[in-house]
Design a protein around this ligand. Structure first.
Ligand code: TXA
Ligand code: MG
Length: 346
């Protein structure tokens, strides 16, 4: 165990990168320590992408399998020169349209980052975050920063500093508290080395948004239910999961009430993951957690991980989740819910 430094930073102040808290976090990163900070998607656990030592600390702190590569975060497009060995025209268009923002590009690697970042692949995942604190820390460090979500491996990703501390206090050098993250689910990961460009993980930028800029975009067959090994190594694990088993229920409130009844007959403590609109409709459940408004799917994405974590503060034994339309940001919501459910559907 180590003592984890905690800093509170207001992301709206001017000239963040000269703030003492940001400078202290940056000097820890330069010393190959690992530090958690907010991004616009979820909190990340950052480390120097060029250092084997730093990357080893990331994997250890998270308990993450080392065949699951990390995303490298940059604060300027210029940093790409050293990290990737060629951008095609479509990748350039995506960068212009969506950076800084929740889009990660898989690009051919120059091999300069630590082998542990790419887990031995010939490609590297890169994104430029939009959150002012993330930008300032990366810029102040002068380094490319590898940053997976700042949770213990398998747990829901953190959207507040309190979530990070719950998982990683005593395991990392520092945590910057910059308040709640905005998007709430991770970045969209697209493979720019395939033709057409392919979505490996749905996220903050939707397929529809990508197609408006570059035309046809493919999807990893593993995402559309075809039982193939996913191309993004991280997508094969059960993930984002509360301790109790989660079931995604199709067929609306009526069907959920049926399965609740069955679980009650078996004397199980039940939980329901629902939305503001429906939250009063399950009096037979022991715990009801609403994650945002069904009519505003962005608000569901924003609250999803917090909601999944809330069940861990209860003694529920089984969780039933409503399902969501698989379009727009709904694709990311359903992808994370399916992982949390380990594929269990009713
Ligand atoms: O929003 C985000 O992307 C957050 C914040 C902190 O930036 N980060 C994040 O990182 O979600 P992580 O490590 O939890 O997820 C990285 C994903 C994994 O699914 C991993 O397999 C995939 O990106 N990935 C990384 N490098 C890859 C590569 N070279 N080829 C294919 N997939 C890759
Ligand atoms: Mg993660």
């Amino acid at each position: 165990m180590m003592v984890t430094k905690k800093w509170k930073v207001d992301k709206f102040v001017d000239n963040l990168k000269s703030y003492p808290q940001i400078r202290e976090a940056a000097s820890l990163l330069k010393a190959n320590e690992v530090v958690a900070f907010p991004t616009e998607t979820v909190y990340g656990l950052g480390g120097n992408a060029l250092s084997d030592e730093a990357i080893k600390k990331i994997y250890e702190a998270k308990g993450r399998p080392s065949d699951n590569p990390l995303i490298v975060h940059v604060s300027s497009v210029k940093q790409l020169d050293d990290l990737c060995s060629g951008l095609n025209e479509q990748a350039e268009e995506l960068i212009k349209a969506f950076w800084p923002g929740p889009l990660t590009l898989i690009l051919p690697s120059t091999g300069h980052v630590s082998e542990k970042v790419t887990a031995g692949l010939s490609t590297v995942a890169i994104r430029m975050p939009e959150d002012p604190i993330a930008k300032a820390v990366i810029e102040a460090s002068g380094l490319p920063i590898a940053a997976p979500s700042a949770n213990l491996s398998g747990r829901p990703s953190p959207t507040t500093a309190a979530h990070v501390l719950r998982d990683l206090d005593g395991r990392v050098a520092g945590v910057i508290d910059g308040g709640e993250t905005g998007v709430g689910v991770e970045s969209t990961v697209v493979d720019c080395t395939s033709k057409p460009i392919t979505i490996l993980r749905p996220g903050g930028i939707t397929k529809e948004q990508l197609e408006a800029v570059i035309g046809e975009v493919g999807e990893d067959p593993a995402l559309t239910g075809q039982d193939k090994a996913p191309k993004s190594p991280g997508m094969k694990y059960r993930h984002y999961a509360p301790a109790a088993p989660v079931y995604i229920v199709h067929g609306g409130m009526e069907r959920i009430k049926e399965v609740l009844q069955q679980a009650n007959n078996e004397n199980k403590k039940t939980g329901v993951l629902t939305t503001d609109e429906n939250k009063d409709g399950y009096p037979e459940a022991d715990f009801v957690v609403a994650c945002g408004r069904r009519s505003v799917p962005e608000s569901v994405a924003h609250h999803l991980y917090q909601a999944l974590r809330e069940f861990d503060d209860t003694d529920v034994e089984i969780i039933f989740s409503e399902s969501f339309p698989n379009e727009g940001i709904g694709a990311a919501i359903m992808n994370r819910l399916t992982k949390a459910a380990g594929g269990r559907e009713l």
